[in-house]
Design a protein around this ligand. Structure first.
Ligand code: APR
Ligand code: ZN
Ligand code: ZN
Length: 361
């Protein structure tokens, strides 16, 4: 029996979001219906609303979520009703070249749920990142559900579904930060702060946080930054070199997504150091670099896709570390809000007032 639930819809380009009744069908083969308990508000939801990701309106927004599996379709064996799960962007195929080479985050053939949720008049909805979790219930592929310890609150667990995982993963998976390393993080919003927390977790000796906003630098310190640089006042490349004995950081993580910060990241790394790009630029952005610098500085320039995470490995591990009080995921939740407050949360996010607003259902 299809069910009717409340969900947050982006009806058209730049139109305010609104609550609508969403029809959630029973799960088909390989699918699950999840009762959503919490879902964070992410920049990507705002980009969907603005039409920056696709024209496939209307969208059912929300993709950073945790909840309880309500029902599963035929052939689903990995999760069952009652399981507490975090949702991820893609159910990977396990067979394509990317999967077989051990990089499933680049899977070519994701098995996300087909788009079968609708409005009551039958209009098909496009769920954000194949999830659509600003809703009381949502239909996903069972492979998008990762079981974690139910001792953690849903508002904390959901964070790992996107931004916080991207930041922690940029440090521990892509950047391979290790004990004693020096790390610089440029841009300390939710993603950058998560990279700071991930670097601390990995045992970095020096963690230099760079931002243009002193409020953000203060938060970064509480997440584990050992030094802070306001790049409005001080040249961050010089400052990072100075703080690392004149060399540059072993790993520099860029979490803004702009040409000038990509450039800073490039020059702030030590010779043979690693640059991790996790900030997402827009299509028209370009960066020009002297080839002799690209060649001569050695090392590597890597982009980090979803923190290069393996949900089934990384989600339960990070939740365990949180429960053991070795990683404070709760610090990323600035406020909890209701489903009808998402539009306001976008405004606060735009002003840089929050790390994460989390809808609690
Ligand atoms: N130099 C340094 N920091 C900057 C600069 C700059 N030129 N411009 C902006 N910032 C800081 C902001 O002050 C803010 O603290 O970068 C941070 C960006 O944080 P958020 O807007 O909260 O974004 P976040 O959710 O952290 O995502 C950052 O990662 O995954 C991507 O799409 C995401 O591109 C985005 C980036
Ligand atoms: Zn695959
Ligand atoms: Zn997101």
């Amino acid at each position: 029996m299809a069910q009717e639930v409340r969900g947050v819809i982006a009806p058209g380009k730049d139109e305010p979001v609104r609550i609508e009744t969403v029809v959630v069908p029973d799960p088909g083969p390989g699918e699950a219906v999840v009762r959503v308990q919490a879902c964070g508000v992410c920049h990507t939801d705002l980009h969907y609303k603005q039409g920056g990701i696709s024209d496939d309106f209307p969208f059912l927004l929300g993709h950073e979520a945790a909840g309880v599996v309500e029902s599963v379709g035929d052939g689903v064996t990995d999760v069952e009703p009652g399981d507490f799960v975090i949702l991820n962007w893609r159910a990977v195929c396990g067979k394509c070249r990317a999967c077989l080479r051990g990089r499933p985050w680049y899977c070519f053939d994701t098995h996300n749920a087909r788009q079968r949720m609708t409005l009551t008049d039958g209009t098909e909805l496009s769920p954000a990142l194949g999830i659509g979790a600003f809703a009381e219930k949502t239909l996903v592929a069972a492979g998008q559900c990762t079981k974690v310890d139910p001792a953690v609150s849903a508002q904390v667990a959901g964070l790992l579904g996107c931004g916080v995982m991207a930041g922690i993963g940029a440090a521990i998976n892509t950047g391979n930060v290790g004990r004693g390393d020096s790390v610089a993080v440029i841009g300390c919003g939710g993603v950058g702060d998560a990279a700071v927390a991930g670097s601390r977790l990995a045992g970095a000796a020096k963690i230099i946080a760079v931002d243009i906003d002193d409020r953000k630098l203060e938060t970064a310190r509480s997440m584990g930054a050992t030094h802070t640089v306001n790049s409005r006042e001080t040249d961050p490349v010089e400052a990072i070199r100075e703080l690392t004995g004149g060399f540059g950081a072993d790993v520099v993580i860029e979490a803004v997504g702009r040409p000038e910060t990509y450039r800073q990241a490039f020059y702030a790394r030590d010779l043979a150091g690693t640059v991790v790009l996790v900030g997402v630029p827009t299509p028209e952005m370009k960066l020009e670099l002297p080839l002799l610098d690209v060649f001569g500085r050695g090392g590597s320039l890597k982009s980090s896709w979803y923190g290069d995470c393996l949900p089934s490995r990384d989600f339960p591990m990070l939740i365990d570390l949180h429960l053991q009080e070795r990683l404070d995921l709760a610090a990323f939740v600035t406020e909890t809000i209701r489903l009808d407050e998402v539009e306001k949360a976008f405004e606060r996010m735009h002003r840089g007032d929050v790390l994460r607003s989390v809808v609690v259902l």
